[in-house]
Write a protein that binds this ligand. Structure first.
Ligand SMILES: Nc1nc2c(c(=O)[nH]1)N[C@H]1C(S)=C(S)[C@@H](COP(=O)(O)O)O[C@H]1N2
Ligand SMILES: [Mo]
Length: 222
């Protein structure tokens, strides 16, 4: 394609296949449940974020590109939802961390998949808790009923079918064997901390991407 600026090491894929890691796929939820996200504060205080909480907040629609760390990109996805910073200020922080003492948030999906992002990154205007993709309610395949969308970060930060958000004072990110970078900014090619990004690129392109795409083509349900 010409005229399209892709971040370093990324390639366009026209379709948007389901693209989680296969070892989470068999644990994917089988049905859409109503929005119910458990919030856990830094000192263990708990609350629940519901669909009604989100309905009370102003929504936003946006078009953004999506970049999987395995070098797969899809341009111009339409998302709708509530900006994360609004949800944090109105419904998360007041309930479980009134002092704002916990800058690290771990997002956990119904399949057990998790990733941590820092509050500074989550406050970007284009970070959403999304309920719609391309004008339709989010399907289970793409993380319905509620997922995080953080377009400036590799797809691994955009946790699907959110079940829990844990707030912590210290990062839980552990080196070197976490396969995710603590920040994962696409523009900086922060694929995996501690490994040369160009090498990782080639490994993903040659060894990870083809079998993953093949696997999901054979298992369209997951
Ligand atoms: N709950 C959950 N969220 C997840 C994943 C997953 O396996 N489970 N995979 C991540 C990865 S690696 C990517 S690239 C994106 C893919 O989103 P998609 O399946 O909508 O294409 O979801 C991310 N969020
Ligand atoms: Mo990914």
């Amino acid at each position: 394609m010409t005229g399209v600026e892709l971040p370093p090491g990324q390639r366009i894929h026209r379709d948007h296949p389901r693209f989680g890691l296969p070892w989470y796929a068999h644990r994917s939820p089988r049905d859409l449940a109503p929005v119910s996200v458990e919030l856990v504060g830094p000192s263990g205080v708990r609350a629940v974020l519901t669909g009604a909480d989100l309905d009370a907040l102003e929504r936003r629609t946006q078009q953004s590109d999506f970049h999987c760390v395995t070098t797969w990109s899809r341009l111009g996805i339409g998302w709708a939802g509530v900006p994360f910073q609004l949800v944090y200020d109105e419904a998360i922080r007041p309930r479980v961390d009134p002092d704002g003492s916990a800058p690290f948030l771990t997002f956990i999906g119904r399949d057990g998949y998790k990733d941590e992002t820092c509050i500074a990154d989550l406050r970007a205007a284009d970070v959403l808790l999304a309920t719609e993709m391309n004008g339709k309610p989010l399907t289970l395949r793409h993380g319905g009923p509620l997922r995080l969308v953080a377009p400036a970060h590799y797809g691994y930060k955009s946790v699907k079918y959110l079940a829990r958000i844990e707030l912590r004072r210290d990062s839980r990110h552990r080196l070197p064997w976490s396969s995710h970078h603590p920040r994962g900014r696409v523009a900086h090619e922060e694929r995996i901390l501690g490994f040369p990004d160009r090498l990782i690129r080639v490994i993903y392109q040659r060894l990870v991407l083809p079998p993953t795409l093949w696997w999901y083509r054979r298992h369209p349900r997951d």
